[in-house]
Design a protein around this ligand. Structure first.
Ligand SMILES: Nc1ncnc2c1ncn2[C@@H]1O[C@H](COP(=O)(O)OP(=O)(O)O)[C@@H](O)[C@H]1O
Ligand SMILES: [Mg+2]
Length: 337
């Protein structure tokens, strides 16, 4: 829970991608992929980040490890201002924040053996471990993520999807990072395998004291693993709070819609629950609606919602840290799945 110290502090993060058109590639607009995102990540905690495809989750994840240069905003890792570092200091920082990508089929080089893939972080950061220890450490890492160290010379295609994601995780934790960004790490996997990979991430967190930013496109996946959840819509956080708040007392209409779509295994409970079906598509992040970005799809929208953007305000129910960006916040007690 967010009792530990703040390890990552994101403030007003913005990433706009230029849209270039015509033969001279003139910039005719911007995709506002991330448009003012702030949050704290505490040591050892898991922050779930949830929202529909295209809302800026992966861009945010890449910004947190500075794989993207920001259009605006600041990021602190402990006492360090991440975006003002360069050279050796930035390289040192990269050890501490690592990423596991969504698709284990495309994120692993098919021409490299598992050993070559997992040893890469040591090659990139040669000060981390003496060269003569690399191979033994790779075998240890494979064992730690539940793979057979004897398979060190196999190629990615010789593994299942779940096993490939374990290879990606082994690479992600090789340098003992403090923060691991998990960008939809189980979305490409069969449902039966998803839980195994989530369980692995949880046990690694306990063992290694990692903090996770765990990205997913629906709430059901992050439910089990998150201490807190941030809900994103069109480049912004619309609600952030602890997992109970988000699942049992969602306050933003968008969160309520996502929550109502979480599958309910118990048919008796399922019958009592009303699913909120959102009308229309997600608007383009190149031209987001004025006022509240969600107002075009919101069943509670009033005149003010089309003109005035609601700030992400701390909600006043006193139940822990919780903030919601809505002019008409109202808890919708949800029947827990
Ligand atoms: N490198 C890029 N250049 C231009 N537009 C991009 C780039 N990366 C992402 N986008 C756009 O930014 C928006 C957010 O994308 P992304 O962060 O991948 O969302 P998500 O991970 O939530 O699906 C999308 O509209 C996407 O098309
Ligand atoms: Mg993504």
């Amino acid at each position: 829970m967010p009792s530990g110290e703040v390890i990552l502090e994101a403030r007003d993060l913005v990433k706009h991608y230029p849209i270039k058109t015509g033969v001279i590639r003139r910039t005719t607009g911007h995709v506002r992929a991330v448009d003012g995102v702030s949050f704290d990540l505490h040591r050892g905690e898991t922050l779930g980040v949830v929202g529909e495809s295209g809302c800026g989750k992966s861009t945010l994840g890449r910004m947190l490890m500075r794989l993207e240069e920001p259009t605006g905003g600041s990021l602190r890792f402990g006492d360090v201002d991440v975006y003002s570092q360069s050279g050796a200091a930035m390289r040192r920082l990269r050890r501490d924040i690592q990423i596991v990508f969504q698709d284990p089929y495309t994120s692993l080089d098919p021409r490299k053996t598992v050993g070559d893939i997992v040893v890469e972080p040591f090659q990139i950061h040669p000060d981390f471990l003496p060269r003569n220890k690399w191979r033994a450490r790779v075998r240890e890492l494979l064992d730690l993520v539940g793979l057979n160290p004897e398979h060190i010379n196999r190629y990615p295609h010789q593994f299942s999807g779940g096993q490939r994601q374990r290879i990606g995780i082994a690479r992600g934790i090789a340098l003992n990072p403090k923060v691991l960004i998990c960008d939809e790490p189980v979305s490409a996997l069969d449902v039966s395998v998803q839980a195994q990979v989530v369980n692995l991430l949880e046990s690694l967190q306990d063992e290694l004291g990692l903090a996770y930013v765990f990205i997913a496109h629906d709430l059901s996946v992050v439910r089990h693993i998150s201490d807190r959840v941030a809900v994103m819509y069109l480049g912004k956080i619309v609600e952030i709070g602890d997992d109970q708040q988000i699942y049992e007392r969602p306050t933003h209409p968008y969160t309520q819609a996502l929550q109502s779509a979480v599958p309910v295994p118990d048919p008796a409970v399922r019958g009592q629950r009303e699913q909120i079906v959102l009308q229309g598509d997600v608007p383009s992040p190149a031209n987001p609606p004025k006022g509240c970005r969600f107002h075009t799809r919101c069943w509670k929208a009033q005149a003010i919602c089309a003109t005035t953007e609601p700030p992400l305000a701390v909600a006043s129910d006193g139940a822990g840290e919780h903030a919601v960006a809505c002019h008409f916040p109202e808890v919708r007690a949800a029947i827990a799945p």
